[in-house]
Design a protein around this ligand. Structure first.
Ligand code: 3SK
Length: 517
């Protein structure tokens, strides 16, 4: 339960300073340490600067950064004055930025100078933007407002705007793995609720924890793991820019990361590069790892535990739901074959997609979820209608609700392959192929076939030291036939150099399917 008047920036920063925790380290970045008192000052200065530039409560403020401290300062400053932070992925190009700025009618952009170019290309096709504030990094010439000049001239005291708990604090655009970007909105209450439900119960953080990892901050997963959760608990966030496996392990050592947050591809890359915990990095500070974005396979879970001695807590979340709503909780026995239980505060059921009726335990169907966060699109009534039913949100995943209460992932609704009348979840086949050391990355989709309607096709990147060949194909096919029901084996296999991925690392199976039409 939250007070009617609540402001997320005050809760995440000012509350700690008032409670005497101002000297605790809030952010570690490279060799810098930013305490809660420093963070409060930086937020206040930028907040005052935004007010002087006419930014008003409810205005949308685009924040375009890599994972660096100013990104957190800019989001919190916008929220503190009652505006809405709209973090944007660094790889977005001008056309996508035009769509987002126009759709959100953003009044302000705060941007790193090396990400300014696409903003400058976008601006002539937008008419809502009144301020562009640029943080200097690479000495890029521009005629916008300079962040350092603005903040050094601004007052370091700022009273938070009295936002209501259901006012919008954050907007995130998602194109998911398909379609044009859609705005999702999240309130001050919902941001805090993700910390007070998922983080509190599943990760059990204390002030001594250091959250770290490589999800980008504009990805809901990264925003929760690296902004809301650490700051909610007076803990520390460790930021790493453009993290390679070595950079991540270095940050674990340098910043003492205790809760490592990443995605399955990155865990696999760490394991591929450093199959045994390397002696050159001290990873003894780790107490748990978290994974989301794609389902985590059994083999990755086991290999990471064997090498690094910590369990990876898998979870399912979406940008629309803001964070994870199914996971195991710290202390529960993890069954790596399942995503976990509904996070405390959330209810889940598996329904028949045609009738909406709840299915008996053990049957695969559409996941429906209800709790302190839910799907709300910005100005997309038709999408809103198809994504929610009677207060339940439909994230679009096929799940089984098991007798033991755990939820077991099958596939995305669109990744279910129907071949000769059999339902084949593509990710299930991927997980089995991934068990083989010859396979570095894999994506499985259904492709059209005259006889069977669709057949299973695997796109495979082979691991270093191996080559795709007919023998390898046959051996992989046999491995699937011997592990799963034989009709699930990939009748077609193509060896590729790259898989199409979103900026958050999700495989864009839709692009592979399109190629095969
Ligand atoms: O999109 C996802 O996979 C996700 C997972 C966890 C939390 C948030 C998000 C967006």
């Amino acid at each position: 339960h939250y007070l009617q008047e609540i402001n997320v920036a005050t809760e995440l920063v000012d509350r700690h300073v008032s409670a005497g925790r101002g000297d605790n380290v809030a952010i570690r970045f490279e060799d810098d340490e930013i305490t809660y008192a420093d963070l409060q000052e930086q937020v206040n200065r930028l907040g005052n600067g935004l007010l002087e530039h006419g930014v008003e409560p409810g205005d949308r403020v685009v924040v375009r950064f890599t994972n660096r401290p100013e990104a957190i300062v800019a989001c919190l400053a916008a929220q503190k004055i009652g505006a809405v932070a709209l973090p944007s992925m660094k790889l977005l190009r001008a056309a996508e930025l035009v769509h987002i700025i126009n759709n959100a009618e953003a009044s302000t952009v705060v941007v790193y100078d090396d990400l300014l170019e696409e903003i400058d290309l976008a601006l002539p096709k937008t008419d809502s933007v009144e301020n562009v504030i640029v943080v200097e990094r690479n000495g890029v010439e521009h005629d916008h407002t300079d962040y350092d000049e603005l903040t050094s001239a601004a007052d370091d005291e700022l009273e938070a705007y009295q936002t209501e708990r259901d006012d919008i604090a954050l907007m995130l655009y998602t194109s998911g793995t398909t379609g044009e970007p859609k705005g999702t909105v999240h309130t001050h209450r919902q941001l805090l609720a993700t910390a007070d439900s998922y983080a509190r119960y599943c990760l059990n953080p204390t002030e001594d924890d250091v959250f770290g990892g490589n999800p980008p901050l504009p990805f809901a997963y990264g925003y929760g793991d690296l902004v809301t959760f650490p700051l909610r608990f007076g803990a520390t966030t460790s930021l790493v820019e453009n993290a390679t496996p070595g950079d991540l392990l270095q940050a674990v050592e340098d910043h003492g990361i205790s809760i490592l947050c990443s995605i399955p591809t990155a865990y696999n890359q760490i394991l591929e590069k450093y199959p045994d915990a390397p002696e050159e990095y001290d990873t003894s500070s780790l107490r748990m790892a978290v994974s989301a974005g794609e389902p985590l396979t059994h083999s990755t879970f086991n290999a990471f535990y064997d090498s690094y001695g910590v369990e990876i807590y898998d979870g399912i979340g979406t940008t629309e739901m803001l964070h994870i709503f199914v996971s195991h909780q710290e202390g529960q026995e993890i069954d790596p074959g399942a995503t976990g239980y509904p996070v405390p505060g959330y209810e889940c059921k598996v329904i028949d997609p045609d009738t909406g009726e709840e299915l008996p335990r053990g049957e695969a169907g559409m996941l429906a979820v209800r709790g302190p966060t839910g799907i709300t699109y910005w100005n997309r009534p038709e999408k809103q209608q198809s994504a929610t039913v009677d207060g339940w949100s439909l994230p679009g995943d096929i799940y089984i609700h098991r007798d033991d209460g755990r939820l077991e992932y099958k596939s995305r609704k669109d990744d279910l392959i129907i071949s000769s009348g059999y339902n084949i979840p593509g990710p299930e086949v991927e997980a089995v192929l991934q068990e083989r050391e010859e396979v570095s990355e894999v994506a499985v989709v259904g492709v059209p076939d005259d006889e069977r309607g669709q057949v299973v096709k695997a796109f495979i990147i082979v691991a270093d030291g191996y080559e795709g060949s007919d023998e390898l194909t046959e051996s992989l096919q046999n491995h699937v036939k011997n592990t799963l029901a034989p009709y699930k084996y990939p009748r077609r296999v193509e060896y590729v150099k790259q898989l199409p991925r979103t900026e958050t690392g999700k495989i864009q199976r839709v692009k592979l399917r399109e190629r095969e039409q």
